[in-house]
Design a protein around this ligand. Sequence first.
Ligand code: LLP
Length: 415
Amino acid sequence: MKNYFTEQTNFYGSTSPDKLISDFGSPLYVYNEAILRQRCREVKGLVSYPNFKVNYSIKANSNLELLKIVLDEGLCVDAMSPGEIHVLMAAGFKPEDIFYVGNNVSEEEMRFVVYRGITVSIDSVSQLRQFGKINPGGRVAVRFNPGVGAGHHEKVITAGKNTKFGVNTDYISEIKSILKEYSLKLVGINQHIGSLFMQGEPYIQGVKSLLSVAEQFEDLEFIDLGGGFGVPYRKQDGQERLELKQLGEILSTILNDWVNKYGKEVAFKIEPGRYITAECGVLLGKVYSIKENCGITYVGTDLGFNALIRPAMYDCHHDLEVYRNGSLIKGGESQTVTVVGNICESGDIVAKDRGLPKVDEGDILGIMDAGAYGYSMSSNYNNRLRPAEVLIKEDGNAVLIRRRDTFEDLMRNFL
Ligand code: LLP
């Protein structure tokens, strides 16, 4: 017997996939406020160390209304582009709530961040020198490569030997001399080992390694341990959650012991993106055709990779649910199908050789765990319109939180 996430969580509140599609159109991102708030609270309580902050990494999902909820839950944020800062300020975040973890930034971009009083993390020796030139005497953080990487795909591993990110520890003395040369104050160090771990071990290794880097600098104000906390994308088949409680206990011991040794209280931060928003989002779409091609049954939908690119980009799995006449289809006849979108590429595949209840034209499909790196990676490829976004409020009612693109959106930058 499979687990159906939307049923278990009463995801759609007082509405239903059919009603949502008929009111707001298809495809449609649907978010659940209660789940979002719950995830925020889980990470806030991760460790017992008192000076602990969670920076939500908004690249996962930067919808303005969701950001306001994250702010209301008392989280801070990390940003990685001026555009993200712009949206964060509009959502009500203050410069001191924002940590800028940039990568290969222009001088103009550095000034944009510095002039707003936002702390910047620098990702290379050369950029530290550039920072020193534009902001001598300033406060700065440096991102280190702890030598340990982890992630669900080689494209999202951001530490270890094979990555553009972070400063290798071999450069510590060079970093120190640049800090001195420009009278910079190193207020923090940070890392991010990669995206999506389901076992705490690599994260703990990364933390230990970053702490040994921290020992080589006096007077740090914060240490940012990075994100990467995974969510189970195969819940239907009973995949376990990341053991957050156990990981939190181990981290609490490590952090408390380390601070005693360091002799000064520092703030510890983490930077989760996916963990906060993945599970509060479902992408709904419609089935328009069923066809057989050389023994494969293709279920043709409007869920093209312009709307959700993760399966096409990383070959990753998202659970699917089928809805018909307002109900979730759980049992009955099943079949193995390949679910595809409406984009003009053979790689436009949502799910390959997937066992599903028998699907008909007119059915609605729900792609689970689409709240992180879903809309934020969507595009207008093939001049498709990006979906609308709807929030199921805690009272169960649905409100539109971003309208669907229009043809005017496709035309607005032409001169
Ligand atoms: N901090 C930094 C510096 C990052 O680069 C990232 C993600 C995060 C935090 C948040 O990582 P998370 O907690 O979400 O794993 N598009 C890919 C994921 C790319 C992650 C990029 N960096 C996906 O859909 O799986």
